[in-house]
Design a protein around this ligand. Structure first.
Ligand SMILES: N[C@@H](CCC(=O)N[C@@H](CS)C(=O)NCC(=O)O)C(=O)O
Length: 200
């Protein structure tokens, strides 16, 4: 297997997932801001020109961070991060989707609508971008209230892929310098723990 990765918010999920399982894969590092993901060679691996991509030994290319982690979980089941039983797996899925849609999406859209490199991908709208930051602040308030019971990790207070999916938002928030408001103690407790995971 061969991993095509980058120092970027979605590849980060696979990097943490592997490191927390104590695994290492041969990795080719691509520079997203330098356009390495837009070359003809990379487009044959992923027609969307994105990372991460996992190349299997039979030549199959797998894209999408969640799909890659699910495959890795199946072949390396030790230290389960996507669920220990049907209910736990469903809770991890529920929270991974919430992380994606509620926590990562507004920051991701802000990046998409402001970074010059993405001007080819979307019709950038600065007014929409600013509204994404306001929405993100509301989402962090919601997230903080969800963790008001004192837990650190989102599912059963145990590290899972759901927390790892949220690392994407933390990396974007650092890139765009829009941190979680300091007063949100519960959300910041979670963020500190996730930033402390292996694989950053
Ligand atoms: N839904 C995809 C998103 C992947 C993605 O957006 N990757 C970004 C880095 S965070 C990328 O490689 N972008 C390259 C480009 O836009 O040229 C996933 O979960 O893997």
């Amino acid at each position: 297997m061969n991993l095509f990765s980058a120092n970027a918010p979605h590849p980060l999920r696979v990097n943490i997932f592997l490191a927390e399982k104590g695994l290492e894969l041969p990795t080719v590092w691509l520079d997203v801001l330098n356009g390495d993901t837009r070359t003809g060679e990379h487009l044959t691996r992923n027609s969307l020109g994105e990372t991460p991509v996992l190349e299997l030994d039979d030549g199959t290319f797998l894209s999408e961070s969640t799909a890659i982690c699910r495959y890795l979980e199946s072949i390396y089941p030790e230290r389960p991060l996507m669920g220990r039983n049907p209910l736990h797996a469903a809770k991890v899925e529920m929270w991974a989707r919430r992380m994606e849609q509620q926590i990562c999406a507004p920051l991701g859209d802000f990046g998409l609508h402001t970074f010059p490199i993405f001007s080819e991908k979307v019709e950038q709208n600065p007014t929409y971008a600013e509204s994404c930051l306001r929405l993100q602040d509301k989402r962090w308030v919601w997230f903080d209230s969800e963790l008001a019971d004192g837990r650190t990790f989102v599912v059963d207070n145990e590290l899972s892929y759901a927390d790892i999916a949220g690392a994407t938002a933390l990396m974007v928030s650092s890139f765009v310098d829009h941190p979680i408001p300091k007063g949100l103690k519960n959300a910041n407790r979670w963020a500190d723990a996730v930033r402390g995971l292996k694989g950053w």
